[in-house]
Design a protein around this ligand. Structure first.
Ligand SMILES: NC(=O)c1ccc[n+]([C@@H]2O[C@H](COP(=O)([O-])OP(=O)(O)OC[C@H]3O[C@@H](n4cnc5c(N)ncnc54)[C@H](OP(=O)(O)O)[C@@H]3O)[C@@H](O)[C@H]2O)c1
Length: 357
């Protein structure tokens, strides 16, 4: 009996590790550089035969693909044609790696593709994210590994703690405040005892941040004069600025800061789609006379502490003090629409694409 049982086990294992050679992955290949807004015609979707699993490798099937602003910004640095980059949450469907069993979920920088063969112990080539097991977060969706429990969550966590270093009672301003990173930054800053001021692109977003997430004041940057908003919302001026958007609004905010203020330069989404980079008012006088500390950062600076951020965010998620919203798009064929969705501001919180099985 036990012999038969182990035979079944062995054959199951073999089945799960070798049976996939008929699976073809679909993937997006960028064939033309973006000009302005990304278009479907910038890509070709092609099929790829997957190799047999070697020792240590896994085969995964994508469940959620991430769309992030860096995808628009980074691709100019690649030689074409090139596989489209990006994070995804995928299910392990065959495994020759004991740490990653069949049925578990992983989060990795596999790109825009449906199936992937990889060795999760080796850092992804693109170096954008380590491949990690998604911890059990029921009843929350596994897609949170692309949001508050993943790259954007760690961007918020380390960006606020390590770059802004806010003290209780200080005022922090956040642009892109309703997005994946911004909405998270504000909640952490509240925990650290700050007055939190946000700028976002619609009245609905502003209401959500004030009413649901506890931001002190949020202004619609499309309909409000920025200086007037700052005078209203930050009577003690600004000590920290978490800059997600760049451009003129950032110059205005920096000129409204207190001496020794800290600026975390996280991104500059206001110009990612521009054909010509915009000219903005000179920012150096504010930096000099307020003696500001302006620091750019990339979240992978904290690869070595990745789990610290994930666990801190998970604890806050579990105690109910970290809230989230997701914007879920559907279908592998709609990746470009989803990417444009975030660049246009359709999302509150993290945007992800659910892949049909
Ligand atoms: N340094 C790092 O390691 C790192 C890591 C992750 C993300 N980032 C950066 O952080 C920023 C936010 O990323 P995210 O993933 O959280 O994206 P996100 O904020 O969820 O989505 C992008 C948002 O940008 C806003 N936006 C679009 N065009 C804009 C414009 N012209 N002016 C102002 N806002 C505009 C839109 O909201 P509105 O409706 O408010 O316009 C949109 O929802 C980006 O700049 C990204 O590149 C950096």
């Amino acid at each position: 009996m036990s012999g038969l049982y182990s035979l079944i086990l062995v054959s199951r294992r073999l089945y799960s590790s070798t049976s996939h050679h008929h699976i073809k992955a679909q993937k997006y290949v960028l064939t033309k550089y973006f000009q302005g807004e990304p278009k479907k015609s910038n890509f070709k979707i092609i099929e790829e035969e997957l190799p047999e699993l070697k020792n240590g490798e896994i085969l995964t099937q994508a469940e959620f693909l991430s769309v992030d602003p860096y995808m628009r910004a980074y691709m100019i640095g690649y030689k074409l044609p090139t596989d489209m980059i990006g994070g995804q949450v995928a299910k392990v469907i065959a495994s020759r790696n004991d740490k990653f069993s069949v049925g578990s979920h992983v989060c990795g920088a596999f790109g825009w593709r449906t199936h992937t063969v990889c060795n999760p112990d080796k850092l992804n080539e693109a170096g954008l994210m380590p491949t990690v097991l998604v911890p059990d977060i029921t009843p929350h969706p596994v897609s949170l590994a692309l949001g508050i429990l993943g790259m954007p969550g760690n961007t918020a966590y380390f960006g606020v703690k390590e770059i802004c270093q806010p003290q209780p009672g200080e005022t922090i301003v956040i642009t892109g405040a309703a997005g994946a990173v911004g909405s998270h930054v504000g909640q952490i800053a509240k925990k650290m005892g700050c007055r939190v001021i946000g700028f976002a692109g619609s009245d609905d977003k502003c209401n959500y941040l004030e009413k649901e997430l506890g931001f002190d004041r949020v202004y619609n940057y499309k309909t409000t004069d920025i200086r007037t908003a700052l005078k209203d919302g930050a009577p003690k001026r600004v000590d920290c600025y978490f800059d997600n958007v760049g451009g003129e609004i950032s110059t205005t905010i920096m000129s409204y800061m207190n001496k020794y203020g800290r600026v975390a330069v996280c991104g500059s989404i206001s110009s990612y789609n521009d054909l010509k980079p915009p000219k903005v008012s000179i920012v150096q006088p504010a930096i000099v006379f307020k003696e500001l500390k302006v620091e750019g950062f990339l979240v992978n600076r904290w690869f070595g502490r990745w789990n610290e951020g994930v666990e801190a965010n998970r604890k806050w998620l579990n105690d109910g003090s970290l809230k989230y919203q997701e914007k879920v798009y559907n279908g592998f064929e709609n990746m470009v629409d989803a990417l444009n969705g975030i660049l246009r501001g359709e999302n509150i919180g993290k945007a992800v694409v659910k892949i049909n099985k």
